[in-house]
Design a protein around this ligand. Structure first.
Ligand code: RIB
Ligand code: CA
Length: 318
């Protein structure tokens, strides 16, 4: 069976980097390209990190494009406390030798999707600024894209950035509003499922039995991320949000889904960026997306670990 063709829109970021590695370790999918967006760190730092992670995994041939550095309306909000000043925690990767493509991330997304109608799965694991502008600039991508997986939001779950809002949506709620109301075939992967997926120190120690730059990168980046989760949220381990969203492109059975009308609060008050589902159909509006509300968490973590082990051995030998 031909691999599923995917595009990332991402803000690497520690868990974003792990999602890119998982994609490279999964023969069921092929990364057609990566557009980068502000979020966990500046767009330029995220661009550097993307290029460096691809070089680490010997995948520098994958085209990367620089997208927006600011939200549509909100002021910039980055997350150095969560991902470190360099966006990859304690990991120190060599400066990349490869260069991004000349196109802006928005043009890159539009061109890739329009050149292969019905073929491209878009995996959005950062703030949605790039996708929102792409929809406004070329509305035909709504019909041309095969499907869209979005890591973002919190439905019944508390927020991780404000008490009511998840980071990707809170950073650019206006962009999320454009995307949620676009009519694209979307699947939302909210904190309700990702917060059940913690990578633990034991999991990382298992990977480190393989002497290779990949486990070393995972250990160094997630050590910072685990310190954040312990200090701010008393969580043992670290929540790997973005790899779960990516995994659903080839293993959708890891989650259970419902279809609902889902919206995001952009009224600017205390619940700015809050995402909510119309469970009782009170708005009379049709469902606009599938939302993952159940997950087989340890099955997913096991899949992640197995594929990181295989990637480490395939790239750098036993
Ligand atoms: O709230 C978690 C999301 O925000 C993840 O995508 C993480 O990388 C950050 O972008
Ligand atoms: Ca992210």
């Amino acid at each position: 069976m031909n691999p599923k063709r995917i595009l990332f829109d991402t803000d690497p970021g520690i868990d974003d980097a792990l999602a890119i590695l998982l994609a490279l370790a999964s023969p069921e999918i092929k990364i057609e390209g990566i557009s980068v967006v502000h979020g966990n760190c500046s767009v330029d730092q995220a661009l550097t990190n993307t290029l460096s992670v691809l070089e680490l995994a010997k995948a520098a041939q994958i085209p990367v494009s620089r997208g927006f550095e600011l939200p549509l309306v909100q002021p910039s909000l980055l997350a150095p406390e969560t991902h470190g000043d360099n966006g990859l925690g304690y990991a120190q990767l060599p400066a990349p030798q490869t260069r991004p493509v000349h196109q802006h991330g928005v043009e890159f997304l539009i061109e890739k999707i329009m050149s292969a109608p019905g073929e491209i799965t878009l995996v959005c694991i950062g703030p949605l600024t790039n996708l929102a502008v792409a929809i406004r600039k070329e509305p035909r991508i709504v019909q041309a894209v095969r499907d869209v997986i979005i890591m973002g939001g919190a439905i019944r779950h508390e927020g991780n950035t404000t008490p009511q809002a998840e980071f990707n949506v809170y950073v650019d709620p206006h962009a999320a509003h454009v995307v949620f109301h676009s009519g694209m075939p979307m699947t939302l992967v909210p904190l309700d499922v990702t917060y059940q997926c913690a990578l633990t120190g034991q999991d990382v120690a298992r990977l480190q039995k393989i002497k290779s730059p990949i486990p070393t990168f995972i250990a160094d980046s997630t050590r910072f991320y685990m310190e954040f989760h312990d200090e701010y949220q008393k969580i043992d381990g670290c929540i790997i949000n973005d790899p779960l969203a990516l995994a659903l492109t080839f293993a959708p059975e890891l989650c259970d889904y419902e279809e609902h009308f889902i919206d995001v609060d952009i009224s600017g008050g205390v619940s700015m960026g809050n995402t909510f589902a119309d469970f009782y159909k009170m708005t009379k509006k049709p469902a606009n997306m599938k939302v993952a509300l159940g997950v087989r968490a340890r099955d997913f973590i096991e899949l992640f670990l197995e594929r990181m082990e295989k990637l480490s051995l395939s790239l750098f030998g036993a």
